[in-house]
Write a protein that binds this ligand. Structure first.
Ligand code: SAM
Length: 334
């Protein structure tokens, strides 16, 4: 005790010195020897002092820095992944700690947040949607078909009793994309449960309903004249990278991941241009295919859809998927 007190005596010229001495003596004064009034008086005579609040702030600040540094050392491999890195940036912004030391465990891709969006119990939700698969170490090498077969998506595709996606579904689905792919994404302004042309062209042209033998489908909500715009995918479809696609598949419960894979396609947006991966976050994605379609884009580079003939109210809206060739090998998913 004498040794410590001597170091705070104004008469002694012993280390520590300067700010370190003020910190050291403040710590003694506020934390270590607060009860001994004689010692307090002695220490107060030592000159400058920090308040208890400042000391606590310094203590927590340095602990947080040390912890974030250790987290970065243990999980620095996470910065090799492009999709979670975007989420890391968000984590870093919230915690105000350097990006280089943020780990992707802050945004857990295996986190089950279904209960935030669906009122039922986790057990019920898992029965309805399946479980979220743990993301394997080699997830960045998984192909479209690896995911499709591991998630048993053929079974899901043939299940014709899949529920119509409601608002809670779309909110959860969109939130997952924001959480694991792009927190800054701005979805289009039309509610995801509604059909639209996006050009203010009258009443919504379609609604979602079960289509016997095809799962869910789209049906005309009014008569649509030949040549009328049925849907403007150019304005609402979302493009993503192969790792964005994988991040989504591994963050969704199994059956939703299968929907996501059914709802993804490859497309060139200009002649000779690269193939890109697209999906949509609204009911337009439920449009089924036919060899005798009533709705098509004007070219394979566009996803603005027009009526090929007059379509009667409640008739199914059908396109021909062949217009967009599936080329997983050209987008890094084979
Ligand atoms: C873009 S989704 C369309 C929405 C899908 N019906 C659903 O319920 O999610 C594409 C999938 O729909 C199904 N589908 C589309 N057209 C079909 C058809 N003519 N007959 C049977 N199934 C079809 C296939 O399972 C296909 O993989």
């Amino acid at each position: 005790r004498t040794f410590l007190l001597d170091r705070c005596s104004p008469d002694e010229d012993l280390p520590p010195t300067g700010t370190a001495r003020t910190l050291f003596c403040s710590f003694l004064l506020n934390m270590v020897i607060p009860a001994r009034s004689s010692s307090k008086a002695y220490l107060r005579g030592s000159g400058k002092s920090f308040s208890t609040q400042t000391l606590i702030a310094i203590f927590f600040g340095s602990s947080l820095l040390a912890l974030s540094f250790l987290a970065g050392v243990f999980y620095n491999e996470s910065t090799h992944y492009d999709a979670p890195l975007k989420s890391n940036l968000r984590g870093a912004a919230t915690l105000k700690i350097p990006v280089s030391v943020v780990s992707d465990t802050l945004i857990d891709p295996n986190q089950d947040s279904t209960q935030e969006f669906f009122p039922d119990s986790t057990k019920h939700n898992q029965k309805k949607w399946g479980k979220i698969k743990t993301r394997p170490d080699d997830w960045v090498e998984w192909s479209f078909h690896d995911v499709h077969s591991e998630f048993k998506c053929s079974e899901h595709a043939h299940d014709h009793h899949k529920p119509l996606p409601d608002l809670a579904f779309w909110n959860y689905y969109r939130d997952t994309f924001k959480r694991v792919v792009d927190n800054d994404i701005e979805f289009d302004f039309v509610p995801p449960t509604e059909g639209y042309t996006m050009n203010g062209d009258g009443k919504q042209p379609y609604y979602a309903k079960i289509s016997p033998g095809k799962g869910r489908g789209l049906f005309a909500s009014r008569d649509i004249k030949k040549g009328g715009v049925v849907h403007d995918g150019n304005a609402s479809d979302i493009e993503m990278s192969a790792n964005d696609w994988r991040s989504m598949a591994f963050a969704l419960p199994q059956k939703m991941a299968c929907d996501f894979s059914e709802w993804t396609w490859t497309q060139q947006t200009e002649k000779g241009g690269p193939y890109k991966i697209f999906t949509a976050f609204n009911i337009s994605i439920l449009m089924n295919s036919s060899k005798d379609p009533n709705t098509m884009p004007k070219s394979s580079y566009s996803s603005k859809m027009y009526a090929l003939r007059d379509i009667k109210k409640d008739e199914e809206i059908l396109t021909d998927y062949k217009i967009y060739p599936t080329k997983w090998e050209k987008v890094g998913l084979s």
